[in-house]
Design a protein around this ligand. Structure first.
Ligand SMILES: [Cu+2]
Length: 453
């Protein structure tokens, strides 16, 4: 022990003793001794203050909770759940941080970082009382670490590089181990060179089920992220701070987002995490009102829940919403920030509404391959009508729908509520009962109701 540390400890010991002294035995001090400098032997290992038991080290390990028996497993659309094995009563997981080719949407593939070949990494799913051991292997060209966001655990397992552990060097495997003493919707992400590594995709969800479940029929997990991918390039730009142009649910932009397939009458929970760099997302559901039942800090008491259709999920949080899906149909679920349902829209465009932009485009494109403008009547239909675009780019991409082109991209997906559901396979488009679809008004209707078109 260095002299410096020794003397600081001695000081701490003195201060603690002084507190005890003043509280209990001030009168017993010899008269020549100063009250707040009570003597403590310099050799005393720690202050004589009983440690307050902290929740993390009070955690009680229970038998491992098993899917199907102790909980209804979550569904991660476009994603996966991390498998585990049980060794001497401990759930053992393995995350591999690595680089791979990731397709945001057909036509846009870039080199990303993530876990086990995907971004977000596979969802970790466990049960309150489980003891979990997570090995993290680093196959990246740079150090990393994993922080268990929202998980209550001993400080040394918190994964903050430099603060609570050494960084995991390339080629190394670290071991994290703790007992889960809570339930809720948490996350995991890199805590080394955070801006670059999260922007490259080192993020994932960590769902902890309670022992006594309030069961739902469908329990979905969506993790949002935002990326900057210049049209025609092959890597996200990890130092972008403001102008993100690819916005994703579970690493996918619409139309590559898998639908959430729900049986009519199901009680549904949707857990949404946000590990975007900058943007809070305003998650809006069509067809239903939902209630926020929990955050990454825990459950919200039923008396405090408020009905909503749009919920802000701030950066670095999760929100869990529940509702009963009592109406069949194809219902949109999307971020309500309109530019977050666009893919690779340039933020430097002027306002070209009313201008014949294609003439200008043709003149400038040979000089600036990534140059493009919005269409003269707005941006709808630009991708649909075969706007010229650089290789490996999907400017303004939307997707085909049953009534034409859906001019949405980015953070947009569809809840498909059907009378009978047996899997998450896409059931196709909803077949609307006769007379329940908006259509062009007839002349007779306009005349009857006194409407001049
Ligand atoms: Cu958004």
């Amino acid at each position: 022990m260095s002299d410096d540390r020794l003397s600081r400890r001695a000081l701490l010991g003195s201060a603690a003793a002084a507190v005890l002294t003043s509280a209990t035995s001030a009168a017993a001090q010899p008269p020549h001794q100063h009250q707040h400098a009570a003597p403590t032997p310099a050799t005393s290992p720690e202050p004589e203050v009983p440690a307050k038991p902290t929740p993390a080290n009070r955690a009680r390990t229970m038998a491992p909770g098993m899917p199907g028996r102790d909980y209804t497993p979550v569904i991660t659309p476009n994603g996966a759940t991390l498998p585990f094995r049980i060794v001497d009563g401990v759930k053992v997981f393995h995350l591999v941080a690595e680089e791979f080719q990731h397709e945001f949407v057909p036509g846009l593939v870039t080199t990303c970082w993530g876990y086990n070949g995907r971004t977000p990494g596979p969802t970790i799913e466990a049960v309150e009382g489980d003891r979990v051991r997570v090995y993290v292997s680093n196959r990246l060209p740079t150090p990393t670490s994993v922080h268990w966001h929202g998980v209550l655990l001993p400080s040394g397992m918190d994964g903050v590089s430099g603060l609570t552990q050494a960084p995991i060097a390339p080629g190394e495997t670290f071991r994290y181990e703790f007992t889960l003493r809570q339930h809720g919707t948490c996350m995991y992400h890199t805590h080394y060179d955070e801006m670059v590594q999260q922007a490259m995709g080192l993020v994932g969800m960590f769902v902890i089920h309670p022992r006594a479940q309030r069961r739902v029929d469908k329990d979905f997990v969506l993790l949002t992220n935002e990326w900057k991918v210049e049209p025609g390039t092959s890597r996200p730009d990890p130092i972008e701070m403001i102008e993100f142009n690819v916005l994703t649910f579970n690493g996918k932009a619409f139309p590559a987002t898998a639908p959430l397939v729900i049986e009519r009458g199901d009680r549904v929970r949707i857990r949404i995490g946000n590990l975007s760099a900058t943007n809070h997302h305003t998650m809006h559901i069509h067809g239903f009102a939902w209630e926020v039942v929990g955050t990454d800090g825990g459950e919200i008491a039923p008396s405090a829940r408020v009905p909503e259709t749009t919920v802000i999920v701030p950066v670095g949080t999760t929100r869990s919403m529940e509702f009963v899906a009592d109406m069949s149909g194809d219902w949109a679920l999307h971020c309500h920030m309109t530019h977050h349902t666009m893919t690779q829209m340039g933020h430097q465009f002027g306002n070209w509404v009313g201008v014949k932009a294609d003439v200008v485009d043709r003149a400038i494109r040979p000089l600036l391959p990534s140059y493009m403008t919005m269409g003269e009547k707005g941006m709808a239909g630009m991708a649909e009508h075969g706007m010229e675009a650089p290789q490996n780019s999907v400017p303004m991409l939307g997707g085909p729908g049953p009534f034409g082109y859906i001019d949405m991209g980015g953070m947009f997906t569809v809840l498909k509520v059907r009378d009978r559901v047996t899997s998450q396979a896409d059931p196709g488009w909803y077949r609307h009962p006769a007379g329940t679809v908006a259509r062009a008004a007839t002349a007779a209707e306009l005349a009857r109701d006194g409407i001049t078109a």
